[in-house]
Design a protein around this ligand. Structure first.
Ligand code: GDP
Ligand code: MN
Length: 348
């Protein structure tokens, strides 16, 4: 445990010198978007904003992933949006289909039941493949292998602040493995048995848990139950090496065997979040509070005047300062472990 010193704390706000528009250093990293051909316009809007707010100076590559072949039209519409390299990749069939231990009959019945119960995306088959894919297979895609970090993006999101410091380098230089901008509490009816499966995993593989982990972020009773706190994974910056590593992959395989991606509707957000909270020490998690970000219906918008001048969002609306977010809980825990200042916690 250590108290950060001021200069270190504020280093995120001090831009790396960008010489003649080119950064001196870059991480091995890429943006990644899972997207369908029909979402081309929303995808263009996202890329345009990332370019304007950040990537024009850095030119990190974009990886577009799809369970179907990208159309020529999609590629031709996307390419003019950035100078950076773009990869248009198809997801291998075996990563977007039922594993042999899943009963498709039972999966169908579960969808019918969850649809009648009005569970969000409860009746959708493709949404389940999508969540399972993002939970376990994305980092293994051939096109992703070469990167140490990925930054997940989606169609129709908004980046509302200039990003003057490279978040990938921030992760690398500060040994962060999971970065988020919004946290929320999950709908319990999408994950009835996820915590039981997690507890089985913890009992079977105690050596894979981080000793200084963030269990207290996601459980209010020392692990007996899940409090549904999760990082909203439509934005996430992740150390892909961690996610490809043994602890994470064992966790994913354990959950995949349990069947809840199909028999319930487990989201990649709670799966990534539980993994990050249990398998990483708290100090390897990071809240990017400076990054203005909107994904319907929530946003993160920094209120500090020096940051506001670089943003186009209304700081009165910031989900992280509401009761429906667990970011305050994260900051309190981070403060306990000497990662942030008490006054930063009080803002939330
Ligand atoms: P929500 O944010 O939970 O409402 O879910 P989204 O509809 O935004 O889906 C999450 C991400 O997966 C987005 O990047 C979508 O573009 C992508 N996605 C969702 N379903 C599919 C699908 O069936 N195929 C492909 N290729 N992408 C999908
Ligand atoms: Mn979305």
């Amino acid at each position: 445990t250590r108290q950060p010193d001021r200069s270190e704390q504020q280093s995120f706000f001090t831009p790396d010198p960008v010489q003649s528009g080119r950064p001196q250093r870059k991480a091995s990293a890429a943006f990644v978007m899972l997207v369908r051909n029909k979402d081309v316009h929303g995808a263009r809007r996202t890329i345009r904003q990332i370019e304007d707010r950040f990537n024009h100076a850095y030119q990190y590559p974009y990886v577009f992933l799809n369970d179907e072949e990208f159309t020529l039209d999609f590629k031709e519409m996307m390419r003019p949006m950035a100078k950076a390299e773009m990869k248009f990749e198809r997801i291998p069939k075996e990563h977007w289909s039922y594993p042999e231990w899943i009963s498709e009959e039972r999966a169908t019945q579960a969808r019918i039941k969850m649809s009648m119960d009005k569970v969000l995306y409860g009746g959708s088959e493709s949404y389940r493949h999508m969540c399972r894919y993002q939970s376990g297979f994305l980092v293994h895609h051939e096109a992703m292998r070469e990167y140490d970090y990925f930054w997940r993006i989606e169609p129709d999101i908004q980046y509302s602040c200039d990003i003057d410091v490279d978040p990938f380098l921030y992760m690398q230089d500060n040994n962060k493995k999971y970065g988020f901008v919004i946290s929320l509490y999950e709908y319990p009816n999408t994950i009835p048995s996820l915590w039981n499966a997690t507890k089985d995993f913890m009992a079977l593989h105690p050596h894979l848990l981080a000793s200084d982990n963030a269990l207290d972020l996601i459980s209010n009773d020392g692990g007996v139950s899940y409090n549904y706190c999760h990082f909203w994974s439509n934005f996430e910056i992740v150390d892909a090496r961690w996610m490809r590593g043994e602890a994470y992959q064992r966790f994913f395989e354990h959950l995949d065997r349990a069947g809840g991606f199909f028999y319930e509707r487990w989201g990649d957000a709670p799966v990534h979040s539980i993994a990050a909270a249990l398998l990483l020490p708290v100090h390897e998690l990071h809240f990017f509070k400076e990054i203005g970000y909107f994904h319907a219906p929530y946003q993160n918008c920094p209120a500090e005047p020096e940051l506001q001048s670089k943003c186009h969002c209304d700081p009165a609306h910031n989900i992280n300062r509401e009761y429906s977010s667990c970011t305050a809980k994260f900051l309190a825990l981070a403060n306990e472990r000497g990662m942030v200042y008490p006054e930063e916690v009080e803002e939330y």
